[in-house]
Write a protein that binds this ligand. Sequence first.
Ligand code: HGY
Ligand code: MN
Ligand code: MN
Ligand code: MN
Length: 414
Amino acid sequence: EGHLHCVQRSEGGLHCPSASALLAEIADIGCDRRRGGYSRHVFDGAERELRGWFADHAARLGLDTETDRNGNVWAWWGTPGPGAVVTGSHLDSVPGGGAFDGPLGVASALTAVGALRARGGTPARPLAVVVFAEEEGGRFGVPCLGSRLLTGAIDAEAARNLRDPEGVTFAEAARAAGLDPARIGPDPEALGRIGTFVELHVEQGRGLIDLGSPVAVGSTVIAHGRWRFTFTGQGNHAGATPLSDRRDPMLPAAATVAAVRRLAAGVPDARATVGRLVPSPGGTNVIASTVDLWLDARVPGGGTQALVDDITAAARAAAADEGCALTVRQESCSDTVAFDDRLRAELGGLLGGVPELATGAGHDAAILAPHVPSAMLYVRNPTGVSHAPEEHAEPADVERGAAALTDVLEHLCR
Ligand code: HGY
Ligand code: MN
Ligand code: MN
Ligand code: MN
């Protein structure tokens, strides 16, 4: 389409990698041999390797890279300053996640900067590529942790004390990654520099397949939240304990999983999921003493809390039937977000009238949207599957997305 198709040129020439080539470079980092897919969590080995990969390409593109107080990485073209055009996404994954959720946005941003440099000239505004930390919440349980900290959408002390499954706090992990835990928290200076934020992301669903378009502009992100249900009974011996003597927390947990689907099915377009359920101590011949269950609930139009209240009532009834205790704690929440109208129309027009797409998936752009004009671009995923190894984007669509982002950045940097 007349866009500059970048090839891998370096050795003193222009560094202009294609997004597909960039993704191929990291294809082996954080492979989850047991589950398939990728497991890349904030500050773990794979994610640190990806940070190094990003910094290397940023340097070859002539960008100056810095890691902020919360572990987000910023690569600047020009002096960091107000009115900056910022693009980027994340490099962490869900457990067993796909290759594109996050990295596609980062790779496309690097490709777009390379293409802009190849077109010559210097942006009239500071331009940055950002990699947000812990977007999936795969280690510390809160999604978009890095962008929530940046914007003050999470209490700094609560964030410092978040624990991963091994009991390591975010503060300890941040210190081990070279950050000062005391500085974790809102970053008004970094936030204040952002004039416009644009995130490119692989589509997580089938919209673009049905629309027959390789690229779309994001319209809304539905509200979503996470709740932790802890059922407590009495641990005991699987063989020596008659059924009548049991207080087995696995029973109310199982009833709650069934109630989630039954109750959500009665709410239009609701999505409610139990993807993580952890009995403790977890022995085959041991009646569990506790069971932790995490609920991810998302209801378009504001009905999320009502659905969670119904699920909680069902869980309490099931716990009482089995003589178990129950605590329920909300671990994260996000309101429905509509991206900036003017920006949506501007980008849609710039890209030749590509369709708009609402999504049930959360993104850092949705955390930034209440603070700065934000937009999203989606790239077609022919499987429609995400958060699983089947997640995919065809190379031709990957390059179409990167070319669209290049045009958007060139337009915004004028
Ligand atoms: O969970 C989400 O919606 C996103 O993929 N983090
Ligand atoms: Mn995701
Ligand atoms: Mn994502
Ligand atoms: Mn024994």
